[in-house]
Write a protein that binds this ligand. Structure first.
Ligand SMILES: Nc1ncnc2c1ncn2[C@@H]1O[C@H](COP(=O)(O)OP(=O)(O)OP(=O)(O)O)[C@@H](O)[C@H]1O
Ligand SMILES: [Mg+2]
Length: 255
């Protein structure tokens, strides 16, 4: 079957369709699994309370605790729905000229605010930002979301370093065509089989309730909607290196 023949292109469409259906199936299965957990928690919490109330064993304060717990589970369920919606209803980016260094600085600042949380290992956040980085044409809020997701993952990984100090380094570089942003951490990294799957929706190695496995899938969608690419590779010093390239804004684009 020669390349480019009608039969070849029909075959390709069939393969693409099968691949899309497979992805859709995985997305639906992941969503069902994730939503089922808060639903099960709500059922468990409320039916336990109902049993105790029937026996007259539930006072007002306990009732309030039960209601609060149930509401927290419903919030979790709606957070899952909101994030999945963000992934599948690809909003067209609202593009303006965006300075990636600024996005990095602001999101590092935000991440530093969360660093003082009690009971978690501190992680040192470093940056090496290229001066005179050309702007990219992009949706600032979406690009901030990418940066925050990458930082959250890197910080989480860098906390698992055992005795060593956890470190995260964000770098930017640019040339006439593209801006490159990379996030490195000195965490445990990922074995190749997991690295291949890390951008799949709902792929997570984090415990239930900690990770949904949507952060990187969302990052990939946003980066691709901006005409860019994102990839992950093992870092030579250990840990993982996530890097993305975005095309620079052409002169004359919206300011
Ligand atoms: N810097 C990293 N080092 C090691 N593993 C990573 C790193 N970043 C991502 N991963 C792996 O990729 C998986 C998927 O990441 P992703 O951000 O999509 O989901 P998550 O962090 O598990 O959950 P969510 O981002 O939805 O809260 C993670 O569970 C983790 O196994
Ligand atoms: Mg994540």
């Amino acid at each position: 079957m020669p390349n480019g023949s009608p039969a070849a292109s029909r075959k390709l469409t069939e393969i693409e369709r099968a691949a899309r259906l497979h992805q859709l199936g995985e997305l639906a299965a992941g969503l069902a699994h994730e939503i089922n957990q808060p639903l099960a928690a709500i059922t468990y919490t409320l039916s336990g309370a109902l049993r105790r109330a029937r026996r007259g064993e539930l006072n007002n304060a306990q009732m309030l605790d039960v209601l609060q717990a149930a509401i927290a589970h419903t919030h979790r369920a709606s957070e899952i729905v909101t994030r999945v919606r963000g992934l599948v209803t690809r909003q067209a980016p609202e593009k303006t000229r965006v300075c990636i260094n600024r996005v990095v600085r602001e999101m590092l600042e935000l991440s530093r605010l969360g660093k003082g949380e009690r009971g978690v290992r501190p992680v040192r956040l470093l940056d090496e930002l290229a001066p005179d980085l050309p702007p990219v044409l992009g949706d600032k809020v979406q690009l901030e979301q990418v940066m925050l997701n990458l930082l959250a993952n890197a910080i989480h990984a860098a906390r698992q370093t055992g005795q060593r100090e956890g470190r995260v380094l964000v770098r930017t570089r640019g040339d006439r065509q593209a801006v490159e942003l990379s996030v490195w951490d000195n965490g445990p990294g990922l074995v190749p089989a997991q690295r291949q799957r890390m951008f799949e929706p709902f792929f997570t190695t984090k415990p239930d309730g900690v990770g949904l496995g949507l952060g990187l899938a969302i990052c990939q969608t946003i980066v691709e909607d901006h005409g860019g690419r994102i990839r992950a590779e093992p870092a030579p010093e250990g840990g993982l290196l996530l890097s993305l390239r975005l095309p620079v804004a052409e002169d004359g684009g919206p300011r």
